[in-house]
Ligand binder design. Structure first.
Ligand code: ADP
Ligand code: MG
Length: 263
């Protein structure tokens, strides 16, 4: 569960003549546990800033942020930055295992736990079609394969809150739809673990991607312009429902900077 109230973020500028730059103003959001939420908005609208604040990498200037896991404990947070965040000097397998390994180390896990984690990593890599690349370095594989490895890392960590900044943007159209599908499958398999529902916040600037993946779509441009429940999740562009196209148009209008917000 993510609860954000009256949150603002300003970047301080070195240039004394200029004021501090407010990039997010008075943000209020409440995201339920186990839901997939999309943040969409124009470039420079503060999407990455919002994710960094939730990930704890950036301190808000005002307001409050509350993150809770289903059972009330401190949630594990997974953050997939826009650049994938793979370490170039580690192999694909080591990169997939990285976050889970750190978490196990922190919790003083046994050798048996590490063995289980490694087996799960293998299984995930197989599912993602990168098991044959386990020993390669990121520079030796394609952009799509790097993004698969970054996804594998996140799903192996199995966080309570998963933050993803434009995770599919660097991919060509064909690979993008494949990796998106893998993501949707992983979410479904993760849903079976009812005791630990995963809350996802995914940034995109593509309307079709938002409608395909999100249960809730948040339009962000310095402030929250709209929060829409999306009844068309899982339905591709091919679905020729008139209501779906009207929904897509409504989203496009909201994304238009001149378009203002809905009441
Ligand atoms: P988005 O991800 O929606 O494209 P960002 O959150 O990256 O937007 O950026 C929002 C605004 O904040 C932009 O105008 C950007 O130039 C500015 N910004 C981002 N990071 C910094 C920073 N470290 N210092 C100053 N300004 C920044
Ligand atoms: Mg960004």
């Amino acid at each position: 569960m993510i609860t954000i109230k009256n949150l603002s973020v300003a970047y301080t500028t070195d240039d004394k003549a200029r004021q501090n730059k407010t990039v997010l103003a008075d943000i209020g959001l409440s995201l339920s546990a186990g839901t997939v939420n999309i943040v969409i908005g124009p470039s420079g609208g503060g999407k990455s800033t919002l994710l960094k604040v939730i990930a704890g990498l950036l301190r808000p200037t005002a307001g409050s942020l509350e993150l809770t896991a289903a059972d009330g404990r401190q949630p594990v947070i997974g953050f997939m930055p826009q650049s994938c965040g793979l370490l170039p000097w580690e192999t694909i397998e080591e990169n997939v295992e990285l976050a889970a390994k750190l978490r196990l180390k922190k919790s003083g896990a046994s050798a048996a736990d590490c063995g289980t984690m490694k087996a799960q990593a293998r299984e995930l890599m197989k599912q993602l079609g990168i098991d044959a690349l386990a020993g390669c370095y990121p520079s030796e594989v394609s952009g799509g394969q790097q993004q698969r490895a970054a996804l594998g890392r996140m799903f192996l960590l199995n966080p309570d809150i998963l933050l993803m900044d434009e995770p599919f943007s660097a991919l060509d159209e064909l690979t993008r739809s494949e990796v998106r599908q893998l993501f949707a499958q992983l979410i479904v398999s993760r849903r079976q673990d009812e005791a630990r529902p995963m809350t996802v916040l995914l940034v995109t600037h593509q309307v079709e991607e938002a409608v395909l993946l999100g249960e809730k779509i948040i339009v962000l441009d310095g402030r929250v312009k709209a929060v829409l429940d999306n009844p068309y999740r899982g339905q591709g562009q091919a679905s020729c429902s008139g209501e779906r196209s009207e929904f897509v148009h409504r989203l496009r209008r909201l994304l238009d900077r001149e378009g203002g917000s809905e009441p």
